[in-house]
Unconditional design. Structure first.
Length: 303
């Protein structure tokens, strides 16, 4: 009898690990761009949920559009997107899609987006851990190791460590006083900067007393590099005007402040649970540790 129970357990275990719902791959192969009208998503073709956001798709997932709707798919290993037309149903496969009903068309070519997203997706969870103890009472102030900026995206930003403090920004021996603020982070728009590498420091001031400071560098892009970035931005906007893909583009290019702005715009109206670690990553890389910690705690509550 004991041996029979063991055999039954092994059979059940093998069924579980071979089940498509249990064995879902750990990395996505496509991204669904929220389109217009009624769009439905299913993990297995049985239970369907309305889609109200961009989302990653895995092999076996299905998407269905209504008579008034259409949406776009971006694949990891392809430089173009696909459009799922109205009254269509497709199933995601490892390298492509299978059309169960309706029509799917190829869209304009774009540069590789999903490759970067897949690599990030595989490691992004490491950013959902609180890295410092909340028991510390000293002012913790960081700047990013480096930044890229350009005429179109000229803002420096850092975490506001307290509404009672003002700041002094120093670039190439030129100092600018930044007044107190109640906002979670401080930003300052630079002007008339020539391409090149610059050192800068930010001092945290209580009155005229310096409490702490941090130093870093930023790289101002050449006109040619900035134009190449803007061309990619234009192509992404042709696929989706939502801020998530734009945030990813800026993040990959080192324009972390621009990435933060695009991600915040994307997350402004809805929480978008699955995507939130991408925002947390940028907060941490900008040295905004306290803001990141709050985001992490909220994310882990919902997980």
């Amino acid at each position: 009898m004991k041996r029979l129970r063991i055999r039954c357990f092994l059979v059940l275990f093998l069924c579980l690990i071979q089940s498509p719902s249990i064995a879902r791959p750990s990395e996505p192969v496509a991204m669904l761009m929220k389109g217009n009208g009624t769009i439905l998503f299913s993990r297995d073709g049985l239970q369907w949920d309305a889609v109200d956001r961009n989302m990653f798709l895995f092999p076996g997932n299905q998407v269905k559009t209504g008579h008034d709707s259409r949406c776009k798919l971006i694949f990891e290993d392809r430089d173009f997107s696909k459009c799922i037309e109205s009254n269509s149903q497709i199933v995601i496969q490892h390298e492509d899609i299978k059309v169960l009903s309706g029509n799917v068309s190829d869209k304009d070519k774009i540069f590789d987006i999903m490759g970067n997203l897949k690599r990030k997706f595989a490691t992004i969870q490491k950013y959902t851990t609180v890295m410092r103890s909340s028991q510390k009472k000293d002012i913790i102030f960081h700047l990013p190791p480096s930044l890229s900026l350009c005429d179109e995206y000229p803002a420096l930003a850092w975490e506001n460590v307290g509404s009672q403090y003002n700041y002094q920004l120093t670039i190439n021996n030129k100092s600018i006083t930044i007044p107190k603020s109640n906002k979670p982070f401080i930003r300052y728009q630079l002007k008339n900067i020539e391409p090149g590498l610059y050192d800068y420091s930010v001092y945290v001031l209580e009155g005229t007393h310096v409490l702490t400071k941090a130093s870093s560098q930023f790289h101002w892009l050449t006109q040619e590099d900035a134009q190449a970035l803007l061309e990619k931005e234009k192509k992404i906007r042709s696929v989706s005007k939502q801020g998530f893909l734009l945030g990813n583009l800026m993040d990959e290019g080192g324009l972390k402040v621009a990435a933060l702005d695009h991600y915040l715009n994307f997350f402004d109206n809805e929480y978008h649970f699955e995507m939130r670690p991408f925002l947390i990553k940028v907060y941490k890389e900008l040295g905004m540790i306290a803001i990141a910690d709050k985001e992490i705690m909220e994310f882990n509550k919902r997980r």
